[in-house]
Write a protein that binds this ligand. Structure first.
Ligand SMILES: NC(=O)N[C@@H](CC(=O)O)C(=O)O
Ligand SMILES: [Zn+2]
Ligand SMILES: [Zn+2]
Length: 439
């Protein structure tokens, strides 16, 4: 199979390439990246070889390395009514993602090599994007007994995370970090002090008062962020901070980087797009963990993105059923979907508003996650696997949750006007997504 993508505006931070290029894909691989590739010649070659030829006109479109999402929830096994590997990976592909890292808070938890193997087997059969699993830190995410770190690594995990909560036993977490470091596994940290959060469900402040709901103060996140950075320093672990939401968490991340520690941080589109002032009613589509914070925090997150303190934009795609989300704000589960809105929100809120260059956006959505994972992806170079995304930066439209591939429709962005549409996603040279809006 030969695919020629012509006249696209290629943005590839990994090779420091930005400008108009033609791309030729052969089978799974990027065969050529050139200023001009003659389509007649390629057509003739395809005829001669008897293979299919696809020509895509990407004029005025962005051609980028496929996005890599370090933080999704696929819900399988155990919660297939919320999402499956098939639907979650399709949602990812529709969002321009070609590689995703599912968190282990499934039922059962991904806490053994058998569970990892099961997940990878299912992924191989049903996923349309690459799946790199994250294992839990403790058995059953009970916070008591460590997983077999070496076996999880051997089975194919790229990181360990207790996402959904923090391991509150500091000594146990330190030991987990030591073993993760010895086995070259990353630690993805969800930072939340369990005793301090209490029954909190919304950012503490005007909104928690207005809706008379128990609040979540910034210290809930900041205390554990500080602890985890100090533990990484102590143990030599490579730490990645999940869904940073506060001013002080990014200040500590900056300090850790200045100190030369192996610490990186991610932020999710909802945390830089919305502040708690945008929560006009106790709508459970605004309930997620960590919560949408104050305007001050949002400004700090944007600034940390701009000056590259925050390395990664991830989604924390967290689908839940309509039934679950129609409970009261206090009772509904935390989490919103994100795979299918991340690019448009990032492009609209950060690139168009001048916080990020397009190159920085691609770094945070593709090449930096690849670097953190230490994988040969996030790059448009000859000989690399053809994981690519093509987007129209001028398309203006309204987000419509009914069009999501995800089973989860739990988004606060339904009806929001955005700019930037994913048109095609290629995984290993295969078109796994094509927008209905392209002819
Ligand atoms: N972010 C959320 O609000 N929810 C996540 C868990 C998590 O990421 O902490 C989930 O699994 O639903
Ligand atoms: Zn989390
Ligand atoms: Zn999560």
């Amino acid at each position: 199979m030969l695919t020629l993508i012509k006249n696209g505006y290629v943005i590839d931070p990994a090779s420091d390439r930005e400008g108009c290029y033609d791309l030729l894909l052969e089978g799974e691989i990027i065969r050529a990246v050139k200023k001009e590739i003659d389509s007649d010649e390629i057509q003739q070659e395809a005829d001669k070889k008897g293979v299919r030829f696809t020509l895509i006109d990407a004029k005025d479109k962005y051609v980028m390395p496929g996005f890599i999402d370090l933080h999704v929830h696929l819900r399988e096994p155990g919660y297939e009514y919320k999402e499956t590997i098939a639907t979650g990976s399709k949602a990812a592909a529709a969002g321009g993602y070609t590689t995703i890292c599912p968190m282990p808070n499934t039922k059962p938890v991904i806490d053994s090599s058998d569970m990892v193997k099961l997940l990878l087997k299912k992924a191989q059969e049903e996923a349309v994007v690459h799946i790199l699993p994250v294992g839990s830190v403790t058995l059953g995410q009970d916070g008591k007994e460590l997983v077999n770190v070496k076996k999880l690594k051997e089975a194919g995990c790229v990181a360990l995370s207790e996402d959904g909560k923090s391991v509150m036993d500091t000594a146990l977490y330190a030991e987990a970090m030591r073993q993760a470091a010895n086995n070259h596994l990353l630690i993805f940290a969800h930072c939340e002090d369990k005793s301090l959060v209490g029954k909190g469900v919304i950012n503490q402040g005007k909104k928690s008062e207005e809706f008379q709901l128990p609040g979540i103060c910034n210290a809930v996140e900041d205390i554990i962020t500080a602890r985890d950075i100090l533990l990484a320093k102590e143990t030599g672990a490579t730490l990645h901070l999940c869904h940073c939401s506060t001013k002080d968490s990014v200040a500590m991340l900056a300090l850790a980087k200045k100190d030369g520690l192996k610490v990186t941080g991610e932020v999710c589109p909802h945390h830089f797009t919305l502040s708690d002032e945008d929560i006009l009613s106790a709508d459970t589509n605004y309930k997620m963990n960590p919560p949408i914070r104050s305007r001050d925090d949002v400004e700090a997150l944007k600034e940390a993105l701009r000056n590259n303190i925050l390395d990664v934009i991830s989604t924390d795609h967290a689908p839940h059923s309509e039934e679950e989300k129609s409970k009261s704000f206090a009772e509904a589960p935390f989490g919103i979907v994100g795979s299918e809105t991340a690019f448009a929100l990032t492009y609209t809120e950060l690139v168009k508003q001048g916080y990020l260059t397009i190159k920085q956006m691609v770094e945070k959505m593709s090449s930096n996650p690849a670097k953190i994972l230490g994988i040969d992806k996030g790059c448009i170079g000859e000989g690399y696997v053809a994981d690519l995304v093509i987007a129209d930066p001028n398309a203006e439209y309204t987000i419509d949750k009914k069009q999501f591939f995800s089973k989860g429709k739990n988004t606060p962005f339904h009806g929001r006007k955005v700019t930037g549409r994913i048109e095609y996603t290629f995984v290993a040279g295969r078109m796994v997504y094509r927008s209905e809006n392209v002819s």
